[in-house]
Design a protein around this ligand. Structure first.
Ligand SMILES: Cc1cc2nc3c(=O)[nH]c(=O)nc-3n(C[C@H](O)[C@H](O)[C@H](O)COP(=O)(O)OP(=O)(O)OC[C@H]3O[C@@H](n4cnc5c(N)ncnc54)[C@H](O)[C@@H]3O)c2cc1C
Length: 385
């Protein structure tokens, strides 16, 4: 049975994350968004707090926390700013958890302590210009050389790609083998032939770095391979299992932020001689937001509980990701409505919530892909292709 009672330690970690968010993230979120600023000072603070690898075991520099406690942290950071939350999710769930699960002892010791402290950032290079949802069909090629690999290709929409010191790159070693030929590589971004460029003009997540990566015959040694040749697809899917969970938890934070902002505003704002909170139609919007927030949180908590107890959780993680991301979009839209014209400018966080929430139904598998995963689990029939 899922236990909803937080332990004393979880309560303390939650309160600390809430205070940190209110003190360090909320005050800078608007300016970072306006200036499209990837806030490296904030990244350092996230590292100092132990938020860049909380689920990594202490032996490798993490905090050894369980998934439910991780969600408490990610929810708070997501309430503050989804760009900061993206740093936590990519670093922890996509990069660190992959190395922890698939890495050799040497790889773990080489990368995890520096990633968890924030000394270096990592990025996750799966998507390509011609390959998004159909990730197994990627074109980046890895060819065997004497004692290593030569990698060539392009990656698109890669979060933190301009700042990362290590890129987890997925490449095809033998196109005839299709997804069984995929491999994952830990590529130092200072390698010759590796370059990145910024993608600008995003609707939201403006304080997050998003890059296009170019790999032109990048040479890496055999020990850059993460897992075995042929494991690449499994590495990517296991990373996304953790990443989707983190995105979902962040979206619970957006949902809660929308409720908090709307409740506060509706009690201050007066129309027709009384606070708008006293109108039933405004209360309906707040009630709808509250129900979505609580449902999303419970779904995240269930997926976390399954992960913590070592049970399969892929379908439940997709359920949580689908519901929480769509709920965040709905809530942000309603929160703008509660704020009236004031919701349309960045004096309040709700228009940023709307713009930031929008990407969450796209990345780490679109809502359509989550539905196909859930549908496949329910029917046993793969409708993906
Ligand atoms: C800001 C941002 C940050 C990102 N960060 C990263 C990152 O760090 N690393 C990384 O690897 N990627 C990253 N991505 C990429 C993201 O994961 C992809 O955009 C996403 O997987 C969708 O791929 P696509 O954009 O190619 O869309 P497409 O796959 O082309 O999909 C377009 C539409 O077709 C639908 N569709 C596709 N296939 C099917 C199907 N079989 N059935 C029904 N509908 C279907 C989709 O649901 C969608 O509605 C990021 C994207 C953004 C915007």
């Amino acid at each position: 049975m899922i236990d909803f009672e937080l332990t004393d330690e979880q309560r303390l970690i939650h309160e600390t994350a809430r205070d940190f968010t209110d003190r360090e993230i909320v005050p800078v979120a608007r300016d970072n968004d306006r200036n499209e600023r990837f806030d490296t000072d904030l990244v350092k603070k996230l590292g100092d707090m132990g938020y860049l690898g909380p689920i990594v075991s202490e032996e490798y520099g993490g905090r050894g926390l369980d998934y439910r406690t991780y969600a408490l942290i990610v929810e708070e950071i997501g309430r503050g700013d989804s760009s900061a939350r993206t740093v936590v999710s990519v670093q922890t769930s996509l990069v660190c958890s992959s190395i922890q699960r698939w890495g050799t002892e040497d790889q773990k010791h080489a990368w995890l302590p520096r990633l968890c402290s924030g000394e270096v950032l990592g990025c996750f290079g799966l998507t390509e210009p011609d390959t998004g949802s159909d990730a197994a069909n990627l074109r980046t090629r890895a060819e065997k050389t004497g004692d290593g690999w030569r990698i060539s290709g392009q990656k698109q929409w890669i979060s933190m790609g301009n700042y990362a010191k290590v890129a987890l790159i997925f490449a095809q070693t033998d196109p005839e083998k299709k997804h069984r030929g995929l491999a994952a590589f830990l590529v130092p971004t200072e390698s010759e032939g590796f370059s990145s460029s910024s993608i600008h003009g995003k609707l939201g997540l403006r304080a997050s770095d998003t890059a296009e990566l170019q790999l032109d015959g990048v040479e890496v040694a055999d020990d850059a391979l993460l897992g075995d040749v042929g494991d690449g697809f499994k590495v990517a899917m296991s990373a996304l299992d953790s990443g989707r969970y983190s995105v979902a938890a962040g979206c619970v934070g957006i949902c809660q932020g929308c409720v908090d902002a709307s409740v506060a505003y509706s009690k201050e704002r007066k129309q027709f001689g009384r606070p708008i909170a006293s109108f039933q139609l405004v209360q309906e919007m707040i009630a709808d937001m509250t129900v979505d927030t609580e449902a999303a949180r419970v779904l995240v908590w269930r997926a976390g509980w399954l992960k913590d107890s070592g049970r399969p959780s892929t379908t439940e993680t997709s359920v949580a990701k689908l519901f929480a991301t769509e709920a965040a979009v709905r809530n942000a839209n309603l929160a703008i409505q509660v704020h009236g014209g004031s919701g349309y400018v960045d004096d309040y966080p709700v228009e940023r919530y709307m713009r930031d929430a929008r990407v969450t139904t796209l990345y780490e598998g679109t809502s359509q892909i989550q539905k196909l995963i859930i549908g496949r689990a329910m029917t046993g029939v793969n409708a993906m292709v």
